[in-house]
Design a protein. Structure first.
Length: 67
């Protein structure tokens, strides 16, 4: 089966979802972190997700455990 993945859409979706999760977690725990710090953490997570999709290591046990 053939899937067409748009990396920019995948990156932005991951970025927004990671930011939302960090925002909601901060609200629940009553922690105040800066928006810049949350965006940086979300960006690192989104880049990591994109690297898992792009790099040809799909048969690895590490990738299977991470996904």
């Amino acid at each position: 089966m053939y899937y067409e993945i748009y990396l920019d859409v995948y990156f932005l979706e991951n970025l927004m979802l990671n930011f939302l999760i960090l925002q909601l977690t901060g609200i629940i725990q009553k922690e105040t972190f800066s928006v810049r710090r949350k965006l940086l953490a979300s960006g690192i997570g989104a880049v990591g997700a994109c690297l898992i999709v792009v790099l040809p290591i799909h048969k690895s046990r590490i990738v299977s455990a991470a996904c």
